[in-house]
Design a protein around this ligand. Structure first.
Ligand SMILES: Cc1ncc(COP(=O)(O)O)c(C=O)c1O
Length: 382
C-alpha cells in the first residue's frame, strides 16, 4: 500500500478520446455562466469537445493561425467556410481546376441559392484581378491543383483579395502545412481535407479550417447549424496521424522527386508534371512559396488504353481513388476525379485520356521505381 494517500497529478501522453455527446454541469449556475459566455466549458459535442479542441490546437500551431475548426470531411470544411461568408447575389471567383466535389458545390448547390461562380486558370497570375467584380465576396484557390499540379502565386492572390476587400480561401490539401503555409503569404483562410496527408493512413474522413478569430466565429456558427463536426474518435486518429506528419512528408517529397526524375528519363513518357522538376512551368514559384514539392506526380502515357494497361500492371502501387496515405496509389483522372466531364472541361483541367496521377507513398523508392518500370514496359506494348 502506498504510504502517501494523495494521488499523483498525471496527464496521459496521448490525447484521450472523450467519446461523449454531452457534458455534465455541476449546477445550474455554471450552466447559466456557460450560456452567457462568462465561463468556458463543453455542452454538446456538435458544439465542441475536449478531444476535438486539443487536435484543433495542434493544427493551429502548425498553420500559425488564431484557431482551427475540425469537420467531418474536407467537403464539410469547404462548404461551411464558403457559406459563412456568402448570401444570395454574391459571387465566388475560383481558380480552375479544383477538386471535383468543390466544383459541384459551386456549380450546382450554391447556384441554387443565388450564388454565382466565375473561374480563372490557376496558372494565370492575373486571373483574380480580371475576374473580381463588385459582387465578389470570396477568392477561392487550390494549390497545387488536382490533377495537373499547377501552382498559384499565393502572395499575389492574397494582395489582390485585400485590395478588393474580399476573403481569400486556399485549399492546401495537396501541400499540407509542412510543405506550404498560405496564411504566411496573407491568405485569410486555409482548408485541408485531412482525409489525405494529415490523417495519412487512408482510414479517416475529415477536414479542417484555420484562420484568424474574425473569420472563425462565422464558420463555427455554420458548423453548429449544418452539423459537419468531426467525431472525437476521428479526431483522435487524426492526432495520431499528425504525430508523424513531418517525417511522412519528408519521405513523400523524397520518393515523389525520385519517381518524377525516373519518369522524365523515360523517352516514351510524354509529359511528367511535378513542381520539383525544372521543366515544371512554375518550378521557380513552387521553390519560392513551398518548403517541399509534395507526394503527387502526374504524367501522360498518350492513350486511354496505355493508361489502363499501366494501372492494371502495377503490383505494389494500388488502383484506388484518394491520396496522401502511406501506400502508393494510382488513379486515371478521366475514370475518377474528372469522370463524366465534357471534353472542354477536361481540356480546361489539363486532363488528357492517357493522364496518370500517382500518390507516391512511403515504400522503398527503388521498389516503387522497379514496379513503375515493369508496368510502363507492358503499357508501351499496347
Ligand atoms: C484537394 C481536395 N480538396 C478537398 C477534397 C474533399 O475532401 P473529402 O473527401 O475529405 O471531403 C478532396 C478529396 O479528394 C481533395 O482532393
Amino acid at each position: 500500500m502506498p504510504k502517501k494517500s494523495d494521488r499523483i497529478e498525471q496527464t496521459p501522453v496521448v490525447t484521450p478520446i472523450v467519446q461523449s455527446t454531452t457534458f455534465i454541469f455541476p449546477d445550474t449556475a455554471s450552466l447559466i455562466d456557460y450560456q452567457r459566455g462568462e465561463r468556458k466549458g463543453y455542452i454538446y459535442t456538435r458544439y465542441s469537445n475536449p478531444t476535438i479542441e486539443a487536435v484543433e490546437k495542434k493544427v493551429t500551431d502548425l498553420e500559425g493561425s488564431d484557431g482551427s475548426l475540425l469537420f467531418s470531411s474536407g467537403m464539410a470544411a469547404i462548404s461551411s467556410a464558403c457559406m459563412a461568408f456568402l448570401k444570395s447575389g454574391d459571387e465566388i471567383v475560383s481558380s480552375y481546376p479544383i477538386y471535383g466535389g468543390t466544383a459541384q458545390l459551386f456549380d450546382n448547390l450554391l447556384k441554387r441559392y443565388g450564388i454565382r461562380i466565375k473561374y480563372f486558370q490557376a496558372s494565370d497570375k492575373a486571373g483574380p484581378e480580371r475576374s473580381i467584380s463588385a459582387r465578389t465576396k470570396v477568392l477561392y484557390l487550390e494549390t497545387p491543383t488536382n490533377p495537373n499540379l499547377q501552382i498559384i502565386d499565393l502572395k499575389h492572390a492574397a494582395k489582390t483579395a485585400r485590395k478588393g476587400k474580399i476573403i481569400s480561401v486556399v485549399d492546401s490539401t495537396f501541400a499540407t502545412p509542412i510543405n506550404q503555409k498560405p496564411l504566411k503569404f496573407g491568405i485569410d483562410i486555409v482548408i485541408h481535407s485531412v482525409t489525405k496527408y494529415m490523417g495519412g493512413h487512408s482510414d479517416i474522413m475529415g477536414g479542417v479550417v484555420s484562420a484568424s478569430d474574425k473569420y472563425l466565429k462565422g464558420i463555427y456558427d455554420i458548423r453548429k447549424l449544418l452539423g459537419g463536426c468531426i467525431d472525437p474518435h476521428q479526431a483522435f486518429l487524426l492526432d495520431r496521424g499528425m504525430r508523424t506528419l513531418s517525417v511522412r512528408m519528408e519521405r513523400h517529397n523524397l520518393n515523389a522527386g525520385k519517381i518524377a526524375r525516373f519518369l522524365k528519363s523515360v523517352d516514351k513518357v510524354k509529359r511528367v508534371i511535378y513542381p520539383g522538376l525544372d521543366s515544371h512551368p512554375q518550378h521557380k514559384l513552387a521553390f519560392d512559396q513551398m518548403d517541399g514539392y509534395g507526394g503527387m506526380v502526374s504524367f501522360d502515357l498518350g492513350s486511354k488504353k496505355r493508361a489502363s494497361k499501366f494501372a492494371d500492371s502495377l503490383k505494389i502501387v494500388k488502383n484506388a481513388v484518394s491520396l496522401g496515405g502511406v501506400e502508393s496509389l494510382v488513379s486515371i483522372p478521366i475514370w475518377t476525379s474528372q469522370y463524366g466531364l465534357k471534353k472542354s472541361d477536361l481540356d480546361r483541367s489539363g486532363v488528357t485520356p492517357g493522364l496518370i496521377r500517382l500518390s507516391v507513398g512511403l515504400e522503398d523508392s527503388g521498389e516503387l521505381i522497379d514496379d513503375i518500370d515493369q508496368a510502363l514496359k507492358k503499357a508501351f506494348r499496347v
